[in-house]
Design a protein around this ligand. Structure first.
Ligand SMILES: CC(C)(COP(=O)(O)OP(=O)(O)OC[C@H]1O[C@@H](n2cnc3c(N)ncnc32)[C@H](O)[C@@H]1OP(=O)(O)O)[C@@H](O)C(=O)NCCC(=O)NCCS
Length: 257
């Protein structure tokens, strides 16, 4: 258990705005469940291992990867935060919230998680953030037409995204904002509009909905066959993205914003 003052330091994080937006994409090693659980217990602790043992088999690798990514993102954010975050709990709408070892919500440090297949994405930031990751070729053009307008298509393709990758880029951008708002699919993705280009991604605008921040910046990135999107409040600055691809080392990349 950490001393009480450590918790106070964490809770005052927003005033100094000492943290920046960091994202980690992790891929789960292809291992039998028992081995994965053992690694989870050793590296991420009993709570994560227990959680992992209870979720459906088909989601286990992605879930593990997202918790590995969260662990890495917390450490990259700083040892003070990493050492004092106990784990997660969920707000009423399902949004993950970091909890300190003293059992209190860590205010001023936003967190978002996403997983698919063997991939897990975790984002940590100084305010609300959103994460999404999908296989690059998961969606077809028909799906993209259902959730977006031609002007949105144009903005995404102008960023140099090839036509076969447009649907995943559009969807992940929108879903990352859905998650940053905490409302998820309670907001119709067609009401999250791609309205402009920024370095490394797009500006998105939320139409309608009460008490939802409207403007979000989304960094979009292709890596290891996946498309990832990281949403943060408009103007929050760049995203530092790290890839943890089964190897115990990182490759760092700056995504400007
Ligand atoms: C947020 C949502 C779009 C995520 O969809 P998903 O298919 O589970 O996709 P992802 O893998 O990308 O994300 C999963 C993570 O999203 C996070 N999440 C769930 N609900 C969230 C919410 N309301 N806001 C932000 N993040 C949320 C969780 O951390 C979850 O991972 P975990 O359970 O391992 O902690 C979906 O869960 C949702 O719309 N939830 C809220 C509304 C709801 O419950 N609707 C029921 C069906 S309409």
């Amino acid at each position: 258990m950490q001393p009480a003052h450590a918790d106070a330091v964490l809770r005052s994080a927003p005033r100094g705005c000492r943290i920046r937006v960091r994202a980690v994409l992790a891929l789960s090693p292809r291992l039998p469940d028992q081995q994965l659980l053992r690694i989870a217990r050793e590296r991420l602790g009993e709570v994560v291992a227990h959680e992992l043992g209870r979720i459906p088999d088909r989601r286990r690798q992605g879930h593990f990867a997202s918790r590995l990514a969260l662990d890495r993102a917390l450490h990259l954010t700083g040892s003070e935060i990493a050492e004092n975050v106990a784990y997660l709990r969920y707000s009423g709408d399902g949004r993950p919230v970091l909890v300190s070892r003293a059992g209190r919500e860590v205010h001023g440090v936003g967190c978002s998680l996403a997983h698919t297949g063997r991939a897990g994405l975790a984002v940590i930031g100084p305010s609300d953030v959103g994460a999404d990751v999908e296989p690059q070729h998961r969606f077809g053009l028909e799906f993209a037409f259902r959730i977006s307008e031609p002007d949105e298509f144009d903005l995404v393709s102008e960023a140099g995204i090839s036509p076969d990758l447009l649907p995943a880029a559009i969807w992940t951008a929108k879903e990352s904002v859905l998650k940053a708002t905490g409302r998820g699919m309670r907001i119709d993705p067609r009401h999250i509009r791609i309205v402009g280009r920024i370095a490394g991604g797009w500006r998105l605008y939320v139409e309608g909905g009460r008490n939802v921040p409207r403007n979000w910046d989304v960094a979009s990135y292709g890596a290891a066959g996946y498309r990832l999107a990281i949403a943060r409040s408009a103007g929050s600055g760049p995203v530092a993205l790290y890839l943890h691809l089964s190897q115990p080392r990182y490759r760092g990349a700056e995504v400007p914003g």
